[in-house]
Design a protein around this ligand. Structure first.
Ligand code: PMP
Length: 437
């Protein structure tokens, strides 16, 4: 094989924009709140990489934990074997998670966490003799990664169209976003809790006894930073309870302090049956994910089948020692530097700074919570996403990294952010947005 300079093998082609594809912006170093480009230029990280570097970049406590672990124990299988860090980490994580979500299964990414959670849900019902419960319910505008499970329950039709019908028996609830009613609402929207009743429609269609689980992001991230309407998650929980359907929260983005709380579970006070996580668990340093499950559910998965091989699941790199070391150091930083509390105490400043963009033409909605924000722009006719993409390019040239998803600018900085950085992000947007026709 011949190596070429075509970067498409690792270049995520989800933005159709050729300009971006042909000219990747090269990042060579990172420290604290800043990336450094290959030209040596600092770029303020307004997105925590891909919503993951919650503890900022290059913290020496994480760096040395990884280095020391590499020298101590580079690898250990998680099948029939273990290593102490994995157990310490599992119990630290369970302590952080509210409710009775006490069991932890390690994966290497958000997509793997989603597949794992879906399999746990299916196994749980089957082991209990409810083998008809095989349907999985997602939601329009849900994003759950790129595994076959994730694109099937995911609500982005374009992500799965090419690959055929994928998992059988998947339905999607209506999404909760109602811009015409909730534009420029601060915090959770007033309108839309009744959209949870769309689950009742699906139950009526197929029968509750066919449905295994519902998966939602408690706050949808990658499809535009969409807040759950007030009362929506509570209503979803109670419908699931009524019919014996498991509720899965995908907290790959909302976990680890993003909303000013450990998890969205804590923030919204609604306890699901399973929670998927990744990203912030190691602050983006070493790939890792984790699925949290309630005791009985996990036990059914791990020990329930008469023939254990039928429930075989796990990854070569589950609970990888380097990832465990990185995660433990990251959790120490979250605790010692009180980063979740910090996200919460900066949330008002963040929200006010974001709302200072209200009034700029083309800005049609602003949504924030904790240290996340979605700034929605109107579409250019026939050119969805172009305005936001232009903003991305211009902000990058001015030294601020933002992210776009369609016409929405998404911001999710490291939780170590200072007020001056918040000012820099929104001042840059205030300069750039009025220049976009
Ligand atoms: N679920 C959610 C809610 C996500 O935001 C993402 C990634 N953005 C994933 C799953 C997939 O995670 P990964 O890219 O680590 O597979």
């Amino acid at each position: 094989a011949t190596a070429t300079n075509d970067l498409s093998s690792f270049w995520m082609p989800f933005t159709a924009n050729r300009q971006f594809k042909s000219a990747p912006r090269m990042l060579t170093r990172a420290k604290g709140m800043f990336y450094e480009t290959s030209e040596g230029r600092p770029v303020l990280d307004g997105t925590a990489g891909l919503w993951c570097c919650n503890a900022g970049h290059g913290d020496p406590r994480i760096v040395s934990a990884i280095q020391n672990q590499a020298a101590e124990l580079d690898y250990a299988p998680a099948f029939q074997m273990g290593h102490p860090l994995a157990f310490t980490l599992a119990s630290r994580l369970a302590q952080l998670m509210p409710g009775d979500l006490n069991r932890v299964f390690f994966t290497n990414s958000g997509s793997e966490s989603v597949d794992t959670a879906l399999k746990i849900a299916l196994a749980y019902h089957r082991v209990r003799g409810e083998a008809t419960r095989t349907r999985l319910i997602g939601r329009e505008r849900g994003y759950h990664g790129v595994g076959f499970g994730g694109i099937s329950v995911g609500g982005i039709v374009n992500n799965r169209r090419f690959f055929g019908s994928l998992l059988n028996g998947v339905d999607h609830m209506r999404h909760t976003h109602q811009p015409e009613l909730n534009a420029f609402t601060r915090g959770q929207p007033e309108h839309g809790a009744e959209l949870a009743d769309d689950l009742e429609r699906i139950v009526a269609l197929h029968g509750a006894e066919t449905i295994a689980a519902v998966i939602v992001e408690p706050m949808a991230g990658s499809t535009g930073v969409l807040m759950p309407p007030k009362g929506y998650l509570e209503r979803l929980r109670s419908i699931c309870d009524k019919y014996g359907i498991l509720l899965i929260f995908d907290e790959v983005i909302t976990g680890f302090g993003r909303l000013g709380s450990s998890f969205a579970v804590e923030r919204f006070g609604v306890i699901p049956d399973l929670v998927t996580t990744a990203k912030g668990i190691t602050s983006g340093t070493v790939p890792m994910g984790a699925v949290f499950a309630r005791d009985g559910i996990y036990d059914a998965f791990m020990h329930g089948a008469p023939n254990a091989i039928e429930l075989f699941h796990g990854y070569t790199y589950s609970a990888h020692p380097l990832a465990c070391a990185a995660a433990l150091a990251t959790l120490d930083i979250y605790r010692d530097d009180k980063l979740f509390e910090r996200a919460d105490s900066l949330a008002q400043y963040w929200e006010d700074a974001a709302f200072s963009l209200k009034g700029i033409s083309n800005v049609v909605d602003i949504r924030t919570m904790g240290l996340i924000a979605g700034i929605e722009l109107s579409s250019r006719p026939g050119a969805i996403g172009e305005r936001a993409f232009e903003a991305f390019l211009k902000c990058y040239d001015k030294g601020v990294m933002i992210r776009t998803t369609g016409d929405i600018i998404a911001l999710s900085p490291p939780l170590i952010i200072e007020k001056e950085h918040i000012d820099q992000i929104f001042n840059t947007l205030a300069e750039v947005l009025p220049t976009i026709a």
